[in-house]
Design a protein around this ligand. Structure first.
Ligand code: 0WD
Ligand code: CA
Length: 383
């Protein structure tokens, strides 16, 4: 289902199962029962400091402090010139931080099954990637503007998936307006207004915003037959020590333009809530706190969204997205990738590519610019 069948191309292909060379993204192909998605379990976490150095601990985890509910006094423009250190987004880190985490925590990963099996180096997962890459897959059936490129390499039976920046995305990044650059800061400033460094202290809006700093959760879960290991950046947690254990205590922070017309509300439900839902649903983050701002970057209201209630919230919208379509497409894409990337070789990359109104296709490269698994990882993982 969802596949377009072509003639067999290779001599090794049994005639009974022709290889599928492309994957359709049409929504109606994915409107069926919600696939099994196991409760995501946090298997670890890591931090990136102000210089983007990796630490195998939670030093960058922050604590949510509820704003003065009635009238938050947040000016998101404050500090843009003078108290802002911006991460260099021209530096492509690929999966490096996740790979570092894997090497430091291999013992926690190897399940009893794989530890006893004939391949002792196997990780016991089918897919390793960033949460953000999976978010893009979930939203693909509804995306009309931006395509994607995903590089895939198979090592030790595990598929590693790492995004490659598209030419269009690179141009957008290099040609951002000054206004857009500033607005990208607003989300991080909102985090600073609402997060404290520990459970007993208060936010420090006078401090420096440094976007190199990050706290990332590493979760394990299963989507139908696909065992997934992925990492995602987490903004903060509930500061109550009685709060449930991760990821249930985590909170995602967002900013958005205030909603003043029915048209704006409908667009918010149809486009923005899709992305918000997909991103937090994947790692099992249950809540989003949204700061609604005006055109001058002043927060005018703060709202909490419960992920489990979002599908109800959007049901009255015409032409709206469906969670089941998102999950079934992602599942089908992973099956498609598994059926194509059958050779274990860190030198090989299958580059899967998708543009709006097209099908997913791929091409194959060896020792190319797309190779992304570093030697230090391959050397270690083979032991
Ligand atoms: O190499 C790559 N192709 C990428 C690497 C692309 C995207 C992210 N990353 C890495 C970075 O190391 C980053 O720390 O992923 C981490 C975040 O991963 P994620 O959670 O899988 O990404 P995503 O869900 O897209 O974004 C989560 C948050 C964003 O929050 P909002 O509320 O805006 O969605 O991570 C931040 C941002 O705050 N963020 C990034 N931080 C650093 N580098 C990046 C990025 N490229 N993209 C988003
Ligand atoms: Ca956020």
């Amino acid at each position: 289902p969802g596949h377009k069948h072509h003639q067999p191309t290779g001599p090794s292909t049994p005639p009974s199962s022709p290889p599928t060379q492309s994957l359709s993204v049409q929504r109606q192909l994915y409107e069926r029962d919600f696939p099994l998605y196991k409760q995501p379990v946090e298997v670890g976490h890591f931090s990136l400091d102000s210089e983007r150095r990796f630490f195998n601990d939670a030093r960058q985890l922050r604590y949510y402090v509820e704003p003065e509910k009635s009238c938050p006094n947040f000016n998101l423009r404050d500090g843009y010139r003078g108290r802002f250190v911006k991460r260099d987004d021209g530096v492509k880190e690929k999966l490096d931080h996740i790979l570092r985490w894997i090497l430091a925590n291999r013992s926690k990963l190897q399940s009893k099954e794989t530890a006893a099996s004939s391949s002792p180096c196997a990780l016991g997962v089918d897919i390793v990637t960033w949460r953000g890459h999976l978010t893009k897959l979930l939203t693909t059936p509804y995306e009309t503007r931006e395509g994607w490129l995903l590089a895939v390499t198979r090592v030790g039976g595990t598929l590693y998936i790492s995004e490659v920046e598209t030419e269009a995305a690179r141009q957008d990044r290099e040609n951002r307006t000054e206004r857009h650059e500033e607005m990208m800061y607003w989300g991080y400033k909102f985090e600073q207004y609402t997060c404290a460094d520990d459970a007993r202290s208060l936010p420090d809006p006078g401090g420096v915003v440094n976007t190199n700093e990050a706290f990332c959760t590493v979760v394990q879960t299963r989507l139908a037959e696909h065992r997934l290991l992925f990492s995602g950046e987490v903004d903060c947690r509930d500061k109550d020590p009685q709060a449930p254990s991760p990821p249930a205590c985590y909170i995602e922070l967002k900013t958005s333009l205030e909603i003043s017309t029915p048209k704006q509300r409908s667009n918010f439900h149809r486009f923005k809530l899709l992305k918000w839902w997909a991103q937090s649903f994947l790692p099992g983050v249950p809540r989003i706190v949204a700061g609604f701002r005006d055109h001058d970057g002043v927060v005018v209201s703060v709202e909490t969204y419960h992920i489990s209630k979002i599908s109800q919230l959007i049901k009255n919208e015409t032409n709206c997205w469906k969670p089941t379509v998102c999950m079934n497409f992602c599942c089908e894409f992973l099956s498609f990738v598994k059926s194509i990337v059958t050779e274990d070789n860190p030198r090989d990359v299958h580059l899967f590519s998708w543009e709006p109104h097209r099908e997913v296709t791929y091409s194959i490269y060896r020792d190319s610019q797309y190779s992304f698994l570093p030697d230090w990882y391959i050397r270690e993982i083979h032991h």
